[in-house]
Design a protein around this ligand. Sequence first.
Ligand SMILES: Nc1ncnc2c1ncn2[C@@H]1O[C@H](COP(=O)(O)OP(=O)(O)OP(=O)(O)O)[C@@H](O)[C@H]1O
Length: 252
Amino acid sequence: MQAPSEPSPQPVPPQVVPEQVTPDIAVECRAVTKAFGQGESKTLALRGVDFQARLGEMTFLVGESGSGKTTLISIIAGLLDATEGEIHVLGQNMAALSNTNQVRFRRKNLGFVFQQFNLLPALTAAENVAVPLLAAGMARPAAVARATELLGSVGLAHRAAHVPSQLSGGQQQRVALARAVIHEPRLIVCDEPTSALDGATGRTVMELLAAVAVRPDRAVIVVTHDSRIFSFAQAIAHMADGNVTHTERRTP
Ligand SMILES: Nc1ncnc2c1ncn2[C@@H]1O[C@H](COP(=O)(O)OP(=O)(O)OP(=O)(O)O)[C@@H](O)[C@H]1O
């Protein structure tokens, strides 16, 4: 009798290992310093910051005015250059990218919400929100339709055709937030996203951020003074005098 033939070994698919500093780390800053000005007017805004934000989490940056929060988040977002130190974003050492590739990397992977909303004054709310989709090559009608739908989820369906000057500060903030999340970036950085909002609207905005952004391969970093939204954070990094002094982990 013939022995049953051995099943032929299946080829082992190659392992795709994402390029990460550490698998669950979205952002890592090592010994980051930032000096503004020179000579007598020199200000050391960051004094050797070590900071991590994990994938799948919302990390808050808190601390007194002038402690360096906006400077740190701007460096992470690539809007400012560090004076010294290393910044890894989504596994990528930013210093290893050319300027052009940094811009491409940011356009694809990052969403921003800053204190100044930076909306384009001549465009309607829906057109402003559609900008990242248009930049990624989506056809205009589809991009504006998706933007209008997203504005509906932040309670602004009725304002989609208004230009920014016809919107209140809080409404502009929500338009800026919708624009930051519409292309589903892997990292969203926000500077005081709820500062112009009442408590209920602030919560709606944070729920939208959490729904869009807190997934296993994504992360959100929020600079805030607003203790009403601290419950949304999985980690709170405390800054003082140009340093991250400690990071508090929050259990749900
Ligand atoms: N462009 C700049 N030129 C000179 N100094 C600056 C500049 N930007 C920030 N600084 C200084 O760097 C330090 C940190 O500022 P930063 O805006 O990062 O603080 P912050 O914690 O975000 O403050 P706030 O909560 O008030 O927004 C401050 O002393 C500030 O005056």
